[in-house]
Design a binder for this molecule. Sequence first.
Ligand SMILES: *[C@@H]1O[C@H](CO)[C@@H](O)[C@H](O)[C@H]1NC(C)=O
Ligand SMILES: *[C@@H]1O[C@H](CO)[C@@H](O)[C@H](O)[C@H]1NC(C)=O
Ligand SMILES: *[C@@H]1O[C@H](CO)[C@@H](O)[C@H](O)[C@H]1NC(C)=O
Ligand SMILES: *[C@@H]1O[C@H](CO)[C@@H](O)[C@H](O)[C@H]1NC(C)=O
Ligand SMILES: *[C@@H]1O[C@H](CO)[C@@H](O)[C@H](O)[C@H]1NC(C)=O
Length: 285
Amino acid sequence: MKTWVAACRNSNAPAKIVIPTGAFLVGPVVFQGPCKSSEPIVIEVQGTVKATTDVSDYSSPEWFSFEFVNGLVLTGKGTFDGQGPKVWHYNDCKTNPNCQHLASSLRFSNVNNAYVEGITSLNSKWFHFFIYESKNITLNNVKITAPAESPNTDGIHISASTSVNVTNTAIATGDDCIGIVQDCHNIYITNVTCGPGHGISVGSLGKWSYDKGVSNIVVRNCTLVNTTNGARIKTWGGTTSGEATGIIYENIVMKNVKNPIIIDQNYGRKNQVSPVISFKNQNRV
Ligand SMILES: *[C@@H]1O[C@H](CO)[C@@H](O)[C@H](O)[C@H]1NC(C)=O
Ligand SMILES: *[C@@H]1O[C@H](CO)[C@@H](O)[C@H](O)[C@H]1NC(C)=O
Ligand SMILES: *[C@@H]1O[C@H](CO)[C@@H](O)[C@H](O)[C@H]1NC(C)=O
Ligand SMILES: *[C@@H]1O[C@H](CO)[C@@H](O)[C@H](O)[C@H]1NC(C)=O
Ligand SMILES: *[C@@H]1O[C@H](CO)[C@@H](O)[C@H](O)[C@H]1NC(C)=O
């Protein structure tokens, strides 16, 4: 935390934080801006950071949280190990609608102009990456790994964000490989391999009345193997507003995928009437 504060206050020269080789036990940390430098802060992870496993440490459901940062590079060959296997049994979200969420490993909220490359995220407690209210974020050559049966370990969950690219990334997990939810625009996903996992999903959308629409989501040159779904769009029955437009899945290879293309307009509220969805450019779906 001291290093972050020093880097964030530094305005003279580009700042770099190095997490050296070795293994380090780390509880929840908040890397908060705004920072002074006009250059991005670089964080290079060489070693392995392991999350503490006492769930009462996490008053807010994040492990590494980046907030209000403009310009960030997170790089290196290191690993963020969420130590999920030690806490997944606390997740009762399947049966308890008011369940407590466990911690997402890497959360970007109100982060602009960030580049993430090379790192591995292993066994998150909840989502691996959670991108929220952020702009111009690229994840390239990242590796995300959790077992098929791990609960809610979404690879990359993107919400209320614009201009997010995910490229050259391998995701194996127990929930959505990538989930793109409300108010996301200009999302490009290229050369991502997914499996095991629940597929590359748009939605769920429309669960809450404040949910906004999504636009321009392009998933191209991706491979899904051993997943429950492939290209998936899920919206809640009873949705009153919101529009999902410009969604393209193109050149997708699927092997052993249970539901290769699935558009579910009654997700969640099964007994409610769905909104009208119209499809254009069907030949490109
Ligand atoms: C987007 O972020 C990258 C850093 O990852 C930066 O180099 C680039 O200038 C940003 N693009 C815009 C349009 O701000
Ligand atoms: C994402 O990729 C698209 C298509 O290649 C490109 O137009 C856009 O600028 C990229 N955005 C970022 C955030 O890098
Ligand atoms: C696709 O991504 C993988 C890493 O997951 C990489 O090894 C491969 O070179 C990439 N392919 C292309 C065409 O960039
Ligand atoms: C997608 O793959 C095709 C070949 O199948 C290649 O021509 C194209 O450049 C690739 N596009 C991207 C964005 O990687
Ligand atoms: C897919 O499942 C088959 C059968 O269980 C397994 O042999 C294969 O290694 C799996 N492939 C991937 C990429 O997970």
